[in-house]
Ligand binder design. Sequence first.
Ligand code: KE4
Length: 434
Amino acid sequence: MNHQKSEQAYQQAQQYIPGGVNSPVRAFQSVEISPVFVQRAKGSHLWDIDGNEYIDYICSWGPMILGHSHPMMQQGALEAIDAGISFGLPTLREVEMAKIITSAYPAAEMVRMVNSGTEATMSAIRVARGYTGRDKIVKFEGCYHGHSDGLLVKAGSGALTYGVPTSPGVPEDITRHTLVCRYNDIESVKETFSANENQIAAIILEPIAGNMGVIPAKKEFLQQLRELCNKTGAVLIFDEVISGFRVGFGGAAQQYGIFPDMVCFGKIIGAGMPVGAYGGKKEIMEWVSPKGPVYQAGTLSGNPLAMFMGLKQLGYLEQHSEIYQQLEQTGQKLQEGIQTILNRHQLPYQVQRAGSLCCIFFTEKPVLCYDDAMTCDTELFKIYFREMLAQGVLVAPSQFEAMFVSVAHTERDLEQTFVAMDKAFAAVKAAQGN
Ligand code: KE4
């Protein structure tokens, strides 16, 4: 594959943009090759500016659940643009968006639109602090909730990929309010609560972790967090930015049958446009300005064009619930195919999945928490990634991310993926000896 134009673009980009990208994981630094610059995408495929074609398992890190540039998404888009892109005044589409989200997710009796997952989690925590009058929050090692100061502590995703889980530039005055526990380990949480009695405003977690690789929470763990919050008055916040509308129309809460006090969304609800949202119980959300005293605002929150696209996607998912069975079947075939290839090469790696979210951990032990994920061999992952890319299969350029499957991924895509994977794991096996 020729990547000359991408390489030139990357050189130029680095003159104007830190690291040449507008989000760190896109720089491919952890796999030590120049990133591909995208020309266009359609369905499950993506073309770079050198004309190379890929099967895309990044899917914009989750939003493109229907695949890229779905024909249905384009219907009416020009009329929506022609009607005006932003007004700074309320529109009916924002009410429609709030209605479809609250109907999908009963724990969200009310919802506020924002512009990213980061804004959603940052705002939800501020509201939980205002509502409880408490300052401390509990997060989990390896979970990533965006880049707001208080949450860049032992964070996953790019922070983990680049080995800076706790970022410079975040004052200790802020991080001292962030207590970090071990995912899937209720004892670590109980100890933290005992040591911080009546001081903890909220627990925030990804109910299906997707930022240290894919680690579904144990049901018992979520149940015990629910009970602990009931007992202590702490607000339970599910960060469903990845899992929301992905593992089911009701997200992980519906799948587990365990419901938070607040929830954060992003990605799928915007269909690729910059959209986030946070919601929760009415008694909590009524603390949000201008109804209540907790301030949160945004010039482009509920942007009419973004709402148009988000509503198209959510409306389609709501009317075509069979999509979730299709995604589960494709995800299962992917997982089984990967396992078959690993067995063939006698590689003891772990394949973990939640619906259409899948991950191969380059370690021989099941991965239940951050420490387990840290046993992965990222050097061997790098070989795997580069071999897959060379054969036209684009997976996330990091061991600590997920493969996303869309409804556009076909049997043929899977077959091509398995052929590429067979060669990639052969290269990994060969490198293991070195
Ligand atoms: P954004 O601010 O990037 O829209 O959302 C932050 C966020 C919040 N919560 C969860 C569970 C998330 O996964 C994210 C963002 N996810 C990463 C990829 N795992 C975004 C990719 C990137 O940073 O470029």
